[in-house]
Design a protein around this ligand. Structure first.
Ligand SMILES: Cc1cc2nc3c(=O)[nH]c(=O)nc-3n(C[C@H](O)[C@H](O)[C@H](O)COP(=O)(O)OP(=O)(O)OC[C@H]3O[C@@H](n4cnc5c(N)ncnc54)[C@H](O)[C@@H]3O)c2cc1C
Ligand code: SF4
Length: 474
């Protein structure tokens, strides 16, 4: 995607990295495929500590839809029976390597079931599933997967939609706004600009689902202005654009693990480890609210260590062929609190290549996110120490919001139309045939990678809309 064609603005003092994927398949072809369910610890968090607004749903409402999505997508993982990270419908887990297994055991000896190291739960097949082949551990997933072993819209949902013979796919179609019909009080469809010819036309629809990614969906709504909706469509609450979140990331530590130099890995496992949240779970952690989880893993250094190792010539090259020491790392991803002063709005002075007004983004971390990253670096070092690691190096990165690529919020779900944009079914309170089911709908961020939750909410909202339609209530 070309950022020059798709500009956005922010104040120099509070940068935001908005990483997008403007192509058929969106960012599902680029994502890391880590998928973790939320629990009631997350759905009840806003109510419990007063940040944001209460979620209109609880885990029981979404659990069957996680099942539904996982069955379709194919998720490999290890059941751990943890209250804060519900198990799912899993394909067989990938294996921990020898060092990760040893670290799991050593953490278990020190922390019991409070801090559990498990293999990452990921939307990558460990056995053939739904006409797609199991992963063969070749490694360069970022170049795409010819066997369709990781979930993407291109390998999975679009082919399924195509098989219905009822799919019309129109690439290079830029939605400029949702068209509102004041006479009926409903969305009439969308106004589209052909990205190549500039042709401006309308597509009519009985139901409109916005899934253009969190901030793009909100941008479309903010740009859908009319006499009835001068501040953006479905914005009677004034909440549209507010409560932008992204996970804070980069509190962690790494260390060297001795005693396994006679072991090496085979193949390139496209997955790491996960340590689910353990702060503010069963006891209160002083210093910050909510929590964080770790991703990471153990590996041996290889060719890449050349720049950090002295040497010259043939012997130097030969030495790099031999695997280097084992290292283990924990990298934290923390929850971001919903705050109304983190927001997006239309920038009156900036337009994209097609003349559509661009977004201005205002977002900054609070002391809570900073405290989370600090704690993550300390507990990561503590766990490495418990695992017997040497040369432990804790760190705290200074990443801008957006860089975690888990941006969410800005059209939140809620219980009250006066303080939220969407109801418990992702349906706009103000426009009954309009649904927003991407990350925009999120009322809080939890610390888990969010996409599986967007998918489950989408499937749930679609089923509801179909049901209402069949009953002629929509
Ligand atoms: C490198 C990377 C790693 C990631 N790792 C993970 C991970 O491990 N786990 C996880 O849960 N998430 C991860 N994510 C985040 C994940 O990719 C997103 O949360 C997810 O793709 C969001 O899905 P979406 O459909 O809402 O948006 P997108 O995937 O961004 O898709 C939006 C679609 O809408 C289209 N669109 C946008 N605007 C318009 C418009 N105006 N008109 C018409 N079409 C439009 C786009 O072209 C695109 O096709 C990662 C992302 C990246 C980039
Ligand atoms: S490693 Fe990645 S690219 Fe290779 S088969 Fe597995 S999912 Fe596909």
């Amino acid at each position: 995607m070309n950022d020059n064609d798709n500009p956005y603005t922010f104040a120099e003092s509070s940068p935001f990295s908005w990483i997008r994927g403007r192509q058929v398949g969106g960012r599902s072809i680029m994502w890391g495929r880590q998928v973790y369910r939320w629990s009631d610890l997350d759905f009840e968090a806003n109510l419990r500590d007063g940040h944001g607004t209460d979620w209109p749903i609880r885990y029981a409402d979404i659990a069957p839809w996680y099942d539904y999505v996982e069955r379709f997508v194919g998720v490999s993982g290890q059941a751990e029976n943890l209250r804060q990270l519900p198990d799912g419908v899993f394909l067989p887990p990938m294996s921990l390597n020898c060092v990760e297994s040893a670290v799991r055991d050593r953490l278990g000896a020190r922390f019991g079931r409070e801090r559990v190291l498990t293999i990452g739960r990921c939307a990558i097949l460990t056995q053939d599933h739904g006409g797609r082949a199991a992963c063969h551990y070749c490694g360069p997933c970022e170049r795409g997967c010819i066997t369709g072993s990781y979930f993407s819209s291109l390998s999975s949902t679009l082919p399924a939609a195509q098989r219905t013979d009822r799919l019309t796919l129109r690439p290079d179609s830029v939605v400029a706004e949702v068209v509102y019909d004041a006479a009926t009080g409903r969305a009439r469809g969308v106004r589209v600009i052909d990205a190549n010819t500039g042709e401006d036309f309308e597509v009519r629809a009985r139901l409109v689902f916005l899934c253009a990614s969190a901030l793009e969906s909100t941008r479309i709504l903010l740009n859908s202005r009319s006499a009835r909706w001068p501040d953006g469509l479905a914005n009677s609450s004034g909440e549209l654009g507010r409560n932008l979140m992204d996970h804070c990331m980069g509190g962690g530590a790494a260390g060297r693990i001795e005693g396994f130099d006679d072991h090496a890995t085979f193949g390139r496992r496209p997955n790491g480890i996960y340590v689910p949240r353990f702060r503010n779970v069963s006891t209160v952690t002083p210093g910050f609210e909510r929590g964080y989880a770790f991703q990471g893993g153990a590996s041996r250094s290889g060719w890449g260590r050349g720049s950090s190792q002295p040497g010259f010539g043939a012997e130097f090259k030969a030495s790099l062929m031999r695997p280097g020491p084992w290292s283990m790392s924990f990298y934290g991803f923390g929850e971001c609190l919903p705050r109304p002063w983190n927001f997006v709005a239309i920038d009156a002075d900036k337009r994209d290549r097609w003349g559509i007004p661009a977004l201005r983004i205002q977002c900054a971390w609070s002391d809570n996110e900073r405290a989370i990253l600090k704690d993550a670096s300390l507990t990561a070092a503590e766990m490495l120490e418990a695992a017997g690691a040497k040369d432990i190096e804790p760190y705290i990165e200074d990443n801008p919001p957006g860089l975690t690529i888990h941006e969410m919020g800005t059209a939140r779900m809620g219980r009250d139309p006066r303080s939220s944009v969407l109801n418990a079914w992702n349906q706009a309170w103000d426009v009954p045939n309009l649904f927003v089911t991407d990350g925009a709908c999120m009322a809080s961020s939890a610390n888990q990678n969010p996409s599986i939750t967007y998918m489950a909410l989408t499937a749930r909202a679609v089923a509801h809309a179909v049901e209402l339609t069949k009953r002629n209530e929509l």
